[in-house]
Design a protein around this ligand. Structure first.
Ligand SMILES: [Zn+2]
Length: 568
């Protein structure tokens, strides 16, 4: 489906990307002049991982594109906090199994910092999205259902339950379904439970599930339904309670997931919603929902993009609270917010990619800085620059935080490595190696990310450990030539006060020892001596055969510490 040429925004050779095209689709769906609703959803059943970020950030970029065209748009985010608590995840107390079958909003927070299980897992995602400049209109499915917002839709679904069942059975696959996401798992659990608990006749697969009014669980089976009064009788398989609820006047349950999702598309008039690849299988809730939304609920299936998996690399060392799978907050500890946004906007959603927390971070920052320089030239505006622009600012927040003085990440992390010191100390050294700036603030938010990355993701064997005390044994065994090198270095440092001078001195010491000038071209003998001299310095300073660039190391340590470690 090559639609790139039809775009309205792509006039006069302006660059076009997947966001432009998705926005065109959403606008066409809504119809000219109407509010455009783009949607995302999440089940707060556990930590929301970095891999799920595409769900929220994809409609965000589409909404931003539409806003930039002056179109009224809302990013609607549904919290599926009325979904059932399905299982106790690793790290939660085993006795929480007691709450299985209750709504996520009705399960207490085992860590006692939030009013419910659901709220405990919503908060960190909210914080991440705020830092990324993603603003959404949040709705809670618990609040919507409890307020009776969906009563009319529930009555429609129940009255057309045979039709719903025909659609479901048409999509039902013979192969054992595999749940690849939280929502698919919920749908699967629904359908298994429906089959197991099936009442008789047309109450089998009843699309509405009451919460047991005695124990609060959804382990209920419809036993009788009165089409005239809308009274629904049920029994609970856990506590054996026999109860009833009225669908027209009470709000004691919810639609099963496969009906719930398309009902919400219709209720909220959703024009665009992304979906993970796992939702694209035959019989998935998305596929079924596309059918149900028009045949039962009277709305057109939203435009969509399908997004692929986001993986991770270099996280072995990670001390995450989320069981080793990184969250957005983990990524924002090492990446500036625009860079994290850029990772998601520069590729079409259907392209899978990995976020690398290891050595590739340095290269990623270099690429980003290079793109920033290119973006400063209006003549070079292309699709890559468009992605840079989308990543860098939003219509509601403006430009997201970037450093006042851009210092390469590799320099910051290297200095952080050598000093293992405070931000102020790093700032001072970075200034002395040629990156002038006025204080720590001008290096943020990059500096603290370089410090976190160095401390948390650079393997111990690649870290630089400066000696605490001089290697007195080795110093006692210095040859005459080695002693001369050390003496010349310490003497020269009295006057060498910037990186260029220190660089010339470090490379020049073996020349001085041979009676040559600092600027003389190196002879073969000089080259051999340089190698020996550098090895000696690494051994005496960091107890290793190699390390960071010696001029940077020398600058970072300062004259006093060098004098102490070199026995001067
Ligand atoms: Zn019960």
């Amino acid at each position: 489906m090559a639609r790139g040429t039809e775009t309205k925004a792509g006039s006069a050779g302006a660059p076009v990307d997947w966001v432009t095209r998705a926005a065109d689709d959403a606008l066409r769906h809504a119809g000219e002049g109407n509010l455009v609703t783009v949607a995302s959803g999440a089940s707060p059943s556990g930590p929301i991982h970095l891999g799920n970020l595409r769900e929220f950030i994809t409609p965000h970029f589409v909404a931003e594109e539409l806003r930039s065209r002056g179109i009224t748009v809302r990013h609607l985010h549904s919290w599926d906090d009325y979904d059932r608590f399905r299982k106790v995840p690793v790290g939660a107390p085993a006795e929480w199994a007691e709450h299985i079958g209750r709504p996520l909003s009705g399960v207490p927070d085992p860590w006692e910092c939030h009013p419910s299980w659901a709220e405990h897992f919503k908060d960190p995602l909210r914080a991440t999205l705020a830092e990324l400049g993603v603003e959404m209109d949040e709705i809670s499915q618990t609040e919507m259902y409890r307020a009776g917002a969906y009563r009319e839709q529930i009555l429609v679904a129940v009255s057309r339950r045979e039709q719903i069942e025909r659609v479901l059975s048409r999509h039902r696959t013979k192969a054992a379904p595999v749940a690849e996401s939280e929502q698919e798992a919920a749908a699967l659990a629904d359908s298994v439970a429906l089959e197991e608990d099936a009442g008789t006749g047309d109450l089998a697969r009843f699309p509405f599930r009451p919460w047991c009014s005695q124990c609060g669980r959804d382990t209920t089976t419809a036993t009788a339904y009165d089409e005239e009064t809308h009274d629904l009788a049920y029994t609970c398989s856990v506590c054996d309670y026999e109860g009833s609820t009225n669908l027209a006047t009470e709000d004691g349950g919810k639609l099963v997931w496969k009906a719930d999702w398309p009902m919400r598309w219709a209720y909220e008039k959703v024009d665009f919603e992304p979906a993970g690849l796992d939702h694209m299988t035959p019989g998935s809730s998305y596929t079924v929902g596309q059918d149900l939304v028009s045949s039962v609920f009277g709305w057109r299936a939203p435009e969509r993009v399908t997004y692929a998996f986001v993986g991770f690399a270099g996280v072995q060392k990670m001390s995450s609270s989320s069981g080793g799978v990184p969250t957005g907050a983990d990524a924002l500890r090492i990446l500036e917010a625009p860079i994290l946004r850029w990772l998601y906007v520069r590729r079409a959603p259907k392209q899978a990619f990995d976020i690398d927390f290891g050595p590739q971070v340095v290269r990623l920052y270099d690429e980003w800085d290079a793109l920033g320089r290119k973006a400063a030239d209006p003549a070079k505006r292309d699709a890559a620059v468009l992605a840079f622009e989308r990543a860098s600012s939003t219509s509601t927040v403006g430009t997201l935080p970037t450093p006042g003085v851009v210092v390469p990440f590799r320099v910051l992390s290297s200095v952080a490595d050598v000093t293992a010191g405070s931000a102020e100390q790093i700032s001072r050294i970075v200034g002395s190696v040629g990156h002038e700036h006025q204080g720590v603030d001008q290096l943020e938010p990059r500096l603290s990310r370089a410090m976190s990355w160095t401390a948390e993701y650079v393997p111990a064997e690649e870290r630089t450990t400066v000696r605490e005390n001089p290697d007195t044994e080795r110093l006692a065994e210095l040859s005459e030539r080695e002693a001369a090198w050390v003496g010349l270095l310490l003497a020269g440092l009295e006057t060498a006060d910037d990186l260029d001078a220190v660089t010339a001195l470090v490379y020049g010491v073996p020349k001085l020892a041979l009676g040559m000038g600092l600027d003389d071209p190196p002879t073969e003998a000089v080259k051999a001596h340089q190698k020996q001299f550098f090895g000696l310095l690494y051994g005496l300073l960091v107890d290793a055969e190699r390390g960071p660039r010696l001029p940077t190391l020398v600058m970072a340590l300062g004259v006093d510490r060098l004098r102490y470690l070199l026995g001067g």
